[in-house]
Design a protein. Structure first.
Length: 577
C-alpha cells in the first residue's frame, strides 16, 4: 500500500502531474520516476519544471545552471518536486554577420516549442524559466503563456562593464572598432587590446540591447520578481533571487494564480511597450511583444506598439543611445524605479497584477525615486516621445522600426543604394564604396525571404566605426540588434519576399525618412509603383531543407510578431480525480 505525503497546501488542487503517476496502469511510469531517485513522497508532490538555456554556446547562458539549481531548492522548500531540463540558445554575437544569423529568430520558436513539448509531455504543474541571450527571453515567456501553468520568469543577468583606457566599453565597441580599423581611425593592435577586455565576465550584453529590454519587459508584464532584471549575472544575490523564484511558483500553484494569461493582458502589454519606449530599448521588442500577445490570443500588432511608443516619453539615459548600463540601473533600484517614474507620469496601468500578488502600482510605490541622471521623471524627460519609433509610408505600409534615442537628426533624404542581401552590402562597406547621404537598402532578409530575418549589427556597427553612422541611412526588411544605433530602419513590412514596396526600389530612387513625423516614403508615384509591381516576380524558391524550410513555410509577417502558429493554444489536460 502506497503512503500519502501530499502537502496540505495542495490538497484539493487538481494537479496535472497526477496524470502521470496515479493508478494501477501508471505502475510503469512510476518505475521511471524511481529510476531518477524519486520516492513516494516526491512522486506525489506537485512537479515543477525548471528550464534554462544553460550551455557553452554563449556567455549569456553560462550563469544559468547555478541559478536553476538554486530555483530547484526553492521549489523543494515550497513543498514541490523540481524537474530540471534545458533548451537551446543561439548566440546573436557569434552568429552575427554570416548565414548562421538566420537561426537566431528561428530559435525563439524552437525554444517555445521545446518547452511546450516537455511541459505537456510530462504534465508538469508549474514552470520556472531562466533566459540569457536575446531570443531565449521571449521564447521562454511565449512558452509560459502558451502552457498557462503557474510560472515565474528569471533573467540570468548581464555582464559587468569593462574599463579600457579611461572609458567604459562593451561588446558593441568591438563591433564598431572593426569599422574604425577599416577607416584608418584605429589600429588593429588597439582593437585587439579592446577585444581582450570588453566582455570581462559571463552574462548578457550590458546595454539596453535586446536581452536587457526583454528582461525589463518580463518585470513590466508581472512574470518576473520585481527588481530581478538589472542585477548583474555574477552577483551572489542572484542565487537568493533564483531560490525565491522557485518558492514563488509554488505559492502561485497553491493560491490558484495568477497564471501567465492573467498577467499578459492588453494593459500589461501596453506597460511593456511603455518600458521599451521610456528606456530606448531594442527594436526587437516590436517583434516579441506581439508574439507574446499572440500566445494569449490577444491581437496586439505593430500598430498597437506604435501607439504606446508615441505617447511615452524617453526617460532613461541608457546605451546605445545614452550613457549608462544595466548595472547602473540596478544600483539606483532597478526596473521598479522606471515603473515608478512612468506611473507617476500617468504612463502605466498601475492595477496590473504581478506574479508576487502585488500590483504594478504597489511595486512602484515601494521603489526609490528616479536619480535624475540615469532615470529621469516623466516631467524632465529626455524626449517627449519614446526612444523607438514606428515609421509608415508608401515604402512601409505596414510599418518599420527605428531607434531614435541619441540621434542627432531625426530626418534623412537621399538616393537609394540597393543590395539583394546582406553579404553584397558587406562587400561594398569593406571597400567603403558608398557616399554620404545614401540610403543603403538591404532586402530579401525578412522572416520568410531570408528566411530567418537576420540582425545586422555587423553592418550598422561598421558604418559607425567608419564614421558614417549618421551620414547615411540603412533600410532593410531584416532586423537590427538592440545595440544598433543611427539612422537605421528595419522590420520593413511587407517584406520583399511578400512583394512589399521595398522589393520595387531601384538604386537612385530618392527616399525620405522623418522619424519625428513617423514617415518613410520613396519619391515615386503610385502609377510608377504599380508599374514596377506588375513587372516584379518573386525570387525562385530555394531548397532549404530542415529547420529553415519549415520556418519559411509557416512564419507570418514581422508586424504581427513573425509567429508560426494560430495562437491562443488550449490543451485538454487529463486531471486526476
Amino acid at each position: 500500500m502506497r503512503r500519502k505525503h501530499a502537502d496540505d497546501r495542495f490538497s484539493g488542487i487538481p494537479l496535472r502531474s497526477r496524470t502521470t503517476w496515479q493508478g494501477l496502469d501508471r505502475t510503469p511510469h512510476r518505475t521511471f520516476m524511481r529510476a531518477m531517485g524519486l520516492d513516494d513522497e516526491a512522486i506525489e508532490k506537485p512537479m515543477i519544471g525548471v528550464v534554462s538555456t544553460h550551455n557553452e554556446t554563449t556567455p549569456c547562458s553560462m550563469s544559468l545552471g547555478p541559478q536553476a539549481a538554486a530555483a530547484k531548492v526553492g521549489v523543494e522548500v515550497g513543498g514541490c518536486t523540481a524537474r530540471e531540463f534545458t533548451t537551446i540558445s543561439v548566440s546573436d554575437g557569434i552568429s552575427m554577420n554570416h548565414q548562421g544569423m538566420k537561426f537566431s529568430l528561428v530559435s525563439r520558436e524552437l525554444i517555445a516549442d521545446s518547452i511546450e513539448a516537455v511541459m505537456r509531455g510530462h504534465c508538469y504543474d508549474g514552470l520556472v524559466g531562466f533566459g540569457g541571450c536575446d531570443k531565449t527571453l521571449p521564447g521562454i515567456i511565449m512558452a509560459m503563456v502558451r502552457c498557462n501553468v503557474p510560472s515565474v520568469f528569471m533573467y540570468g543577468g548581464s555582464t559587468l562593464p569593462a574599463p579600457w583606457r579611461g572609458k567604459t566599453v562593451t561588446a558593441l565597441d568591438s563591433y564598431e572598432g572593426v569599422g574604425a580599423v577599416m577607416a584608418g581611425q584605429m589600429s588593429e593592435d588597439d582593437l585587439y587590446d579592446m577585444e581582450l577586455v570588453c566582455n570581462p565576465t559571463i552574462g548578457s550584453c550590458p546595454g539596453q540591447f535586446t536581452a536587457n529590454t526583454m528582461a525589463m519587459i518580463s518585470e513590466a508584464l508581472g512574470l518576473a520578481l520585481p527588481g530581478s532584471a538589472m542585477l548583474p549575472a555574477v552577483y551572489a544575490q542572484r542565487m537568493a533571487l533564483a531560490r525565491k523564484a522557485g518558492e514563488t511558483v509554488t505559492d502561485v500553484l497553491a493560491d490558484g494564480g495568477p497564471l501567465p494569461r492573467d498577467l499578459v493582458t492588453r494593459e500589461s502589454l501596453e506597460n511593456a511597450c511603455a518600458v521599451v519606449a521610456a528606456t530606448g530599448g531594442s527594436t526587437n521588442a516590436g517583434l516579441h511583444i506581439p508574439a507574446i500577445a499572440h500566445e494569449a490570443g490577444i491581437s496586439f500588432t505593430l500598430d498597437d506598439v506604435a501607439e504606446v511608443f508615441q505617447r511615452t516619453p524617453l526617460i532613461a539615459n541608457l546605451k546605445p543611445g545614452g550613457q549608462y548600463l544595466a548595472k547602473d540601473v540596478f544600483e539606483i533600484g532597478g526596473v521598479p524605479v522606471i515603473l515608478k517614474a512612468l506611473l507617476d507620469g500617468g504612463h502605466l496601468h498601475g492595477d496590473c497584477p504581478t506574479v508576487t500578488g502585488r500590483s504594478i502600482a504597489e511595486v512602484a510605490a515601494a521603489a526609490a525615486a528616479p536619480d535624475g541622471d540615469i532615470v529621469r521623471t516623466a516631467e524632465a524627460a529626455i524626449m517627449p516621445t519614446g526612444g523607438v519609433v514606428v515609421l509608415r509610408g508608401n515604402l512601409a505600409p505596414d510599418g518599420a522600426l527605428i531607434k531614435v534615442a541619441g540621434l542627432a537628426s531625426l530626418a534623412h533624404e537621399g538616393p537609394a543604394l540597393v543590395f539583394e542581401n546582406e553579404e553584397a552590402c558587406v562587400e561594398t562597406l569593406h571597400q567603403m564604396a558608398y557616399e554620404p547621404g545614401a540610403v543603403i537598402v538591404i532586402r530579401n532578409e525578412g522572416p520568410k525571404g531570408g528566411p530567418g530575418m537576420r540582425e545586422m549589427l555587423g553592418i550598422t556597427a561598421l558604418l559607425y566605426g567608419q564614421g558614417m553612422g549618421e551620414k547615411v541611412a540603412l533600410l532593410t526588411d531584416g532586423r537590427f540588434s538592440g545595440a544598433t544605433r543611427g539612422m537605421m530602419i528595419g522590420y520593413v513590412c511587407p517584406e520583399a519576399a511578400a512583394g512589399g514596396p521595398i522589393a520595387l526600389i531601384e538604386t537612385g530612387d530618392r527616399i525620405r525618412i522623418d522619424a519625428e513625423a513617423g514617415t518613410i516614403d520613396v519619391d515615386l508615384s503610385d502609377a510608377e509603383l504599380d508599374r514596377r509591381r506588375a513587372a516584379w516576380r518573386p525570387p525562385d524558391p530555394r531548397r532549404l531543407g530542415g529547420t529553415l524550410e519549415k520556418y519559411a513555410a509557416q512564419v507570418g509577417p514581422a508586424n504581427l510578431g513573425a509567429v508560426t502558429h494560430a495562437g491562443n493554444v488550449e490543451w485538454p489536460w487529463d486531471e486526476a480525480e
